[in-house]
Design a protein around this ligand. Structure first.
Ligand code: PLP
Length: 381
């Protein structure tokens, strides 16, 4: 059925090809070390992320969802959040953001995003704050930082705990100062979850994630929760989990994290090619950014009101693979039908019908991006 694919959406082997020899020797180091849980590779990932994000405490964990749910469970375990507290979250995020909130016994409050940035904005957040709102989870969707002076003011006025979902924005910088005086995504709020799922800007060869936080008590509690609930062996303070980062994945990440800025710059170059060449009146392009680090382009997402599915079929017929992030917003997922299913979130629902993600990884050349843009310009419904 599918025509031949000339322009694949994301070829992970090609994304990793520039690092393959270093990755093999890094994995080999772990194999020969005899140390297969924890150890120096995992510690190095933590140090590197702390430096990159300018946060004092980092805990390497098993994946991005675990990073987020461990942070929220740490706030509950330390009595700083309580069961049933409301957590503001964008309505158009990957479902994992909401799963983490629910897992910790908290109440997700999905808020419609700004349709231009696809992110939460200050006005939307402010109108959903109630006396029960205790936290907010900004998601830097598609690599674009969700932060502004206005948002920081609302957060401070209502004394909210900020847990960033930084799964998609490693290395991005905020135009406005974070709560702790820094500008790097993942260091703007009190704590942040990172994902190194293979498709992310910096991906492992399997699942991996990290928690970064300015709060030592939260870091210590996350570390304990991720290690059966114990600070020391055979003494369990919490009924915890096993959510540690695998040292083989840590070794892979120690090769790749160093190249975060280069990887992000490569994505920016492809975004520029799309932005310069796409010129079809049916297409709404994503907001272009002035600086390489304003948005790290985890996805390049166009909108095609009315004709998204026809555009996707047309591109497939011309050999261009695309994807949709995301076809169903969390509040419309069967698992949340009882709790969130009644909500009307028109912007999130509209975006789910209109968005289309184009190939943006370094495995797609800048020329290929220009070629794809010209094919998009040929589309007529
Ligand atoms: C990928 C992702 C997650 C989950 O990370 P995993 O490592 O896949 O568990 C959470 N939130 C967002 C926005 C993501 O893109």
């Amino acid at each position: 059925m599918q025509a031949n694919i000339t322009y694949p959406f994301l070829e992970l082997d090609r994304v990793n090809a520039p690092y393959i020899n270093d990755i093999k020797s890094a994995i080999n180091r772990v194999v020969e070390s005899g140390r297969y849980v924890g150890g120096p590779e995992v510690e190095q990932v933590e140090t590197t992320i702390a430096k990159l994000t300018r946060v004092p405490h980092v805990v390497a964990v098993s994946n991005g969802l675990d990073a987020l749910r461990l942070i929220l469970r740490a706030y509950v375990a330390t009595g700083r959040l309580n069961e049933g507290d409301e957590v503001i979250v964008p309505a158009n995020t990957y479902v994992a953001s909401v799963l983490a909130i629910v897992d910790a016994g908290l109440r997700p409050v999905p808020v419609d995003p700004d349709p231009v940035t696809h992110n939460l904005d200050a006005a939307g957040v402010e109108s959903h704050v109630t006396p029960r709102t205790k936290a907010i989870m900004p998601v830097h969707l598609y690599g674009r930082v969700c932060w502004s002076r206005e948002l920081a003011e609302i957060i401070q006025r209502h004394n909210l705990i900020v847990v960033e979902d930084n799964a998609q924005a490693i290395g991005a910088k905020s135009p406005a100062e974070g709560l702790f005086g820094t500008y790097v995504a993942g260091g703007l709020g009190h704590a942040a979850g990172f994902s190194f799922y293979p498709t992310k800007n910096i991906g492992a060869l399997g699942d991996a994630g990290a928690v970064a936080t300015h709060d030592k008590e939260i870091a210590d509690t996350v570390r304990a929760l991720a290690n059966y609930g114990s600070y020391r062996r055979y003494h369990n303070v919490y009924a915890g989990f096993n959510c540690r980062m695998d040292p083989v994945q840590a070794a892979v990440l120690n090769v790749k994290i160093e190249h975060t800025d280069d990887e992000n710059a490569a994505r920016f170059a492809r975004a520029v090619a799309y932005d310069n060449t796409i010129d079809n009146p049916l297409v709404i392009k994503p907001l272009m950014t002035a600086h390489v680090t304003d948005c790290v382009w985890h996805q390049y997402v166009i909108r095609i009101p009315q004709h998204r599915d026809a555009m996707q079929r047309f591109l497939a017929s011309r050999g261009v693979a695309t994807d949709i992030h995301y076809p169903t917003p969390p509040h419309r997922q069967p698992c949340f039908s009882e709790t969130l299913g009644g909500l009307k979130l028109p912007v999130a629902e509209m975006l789910a019908e209109e968005v289309l993600s184009l190939p943006i990884s370094p495995a797609t050349s800048v020329k290929d991006a220009s070629d794809i843009a010209r094919i998009i310009n040929e589309f007529k419904p």
